[in-house]
Design a binder for this molecule. Sequence first.
Ligand code: ADP
Ligand code: ADP
Length: 232
Amino acid sequence: MLIEIKDLRKKYIMGDIEVEALRGVNLNIQQNEFVSIMGPSGSGKSTLMNILGCLDNPSSGQYIFDSVDVSLLNDDELSEIRNQKIGFIFQTFNLLPKLSALQNVELPLIYAGYDKHERREIAREALDKMGLSSRADHKPNELSGGQRQRVAIARALATKPGIILADEPTGNLDSKTGNEIMALFRELNEEGNTIILITHEPEIAEYADRAIIIKDGLIISDKPTSGNTAEV
Ligand code: ADP
Ligand code: ADP
């Protein structure tokens, strides 16, 4: 099992106000699954994503990622897992505006310790795979929304993380471009990547094989998407 979560809880405390964003989440995800997590605003999706991505710790409960009990790790060990094993994709692309597409894709490779020559080569290959060879020297503001998201996907894949966490990746795209990005995720899943997709759009969630619905900090539904008969 790639991800094993048991009775996960997360409380935010602001002064004397306490919000329990996750109230006992249980979730297993296997290698090579394509899972969507859906739910209304405020249901705990981002909180769960941050914990899944080792960006934040739960208040209680267990999170085992790739056989490692993440709750026992310190900040350095957590960032090592993030840099090596997890690719992040965001609604707002999060590209650095002053860097070219190529330089943006090279960033995680710098953190991962590749030398300059290897970085160039891997980043060029990743952009190539996204159909963006001819845009390598363009800055983000010279690219369309769909192209920016493909640069972000190239960046997320550069270190071959195996798992991709995508938080509303189509949220800033028109529906045609959004569907193209989802078709790309399907291909990446077929190539062996595990994909966890957060969305509030049911049509986008349908691209996954398994749909999880979260409400008020609890999973209220977890089943295969329609048209998909795979066992979960
Ligand atoms: P979603 O992503 O589904 O919109 P979130 O995980 O962002 O939900 O939020 C779940 C609940 O936790 C909400 O009530 C939200 O207000 C609260 N929350 C999220 N982040 C914080 C934070 N950093 N500090 C305090 N409360 C938070
Ligand atoms: P798409 O339909 O692929 O999302 P657009 O219609 O937004 O693309 O853009 C068409 C072309 O114009 C793209 O190839 C893109 O590189 C280019 N382009 C888009 N926005 C800008 C910009 N702000 N500056 C320069 N070129 C741009």
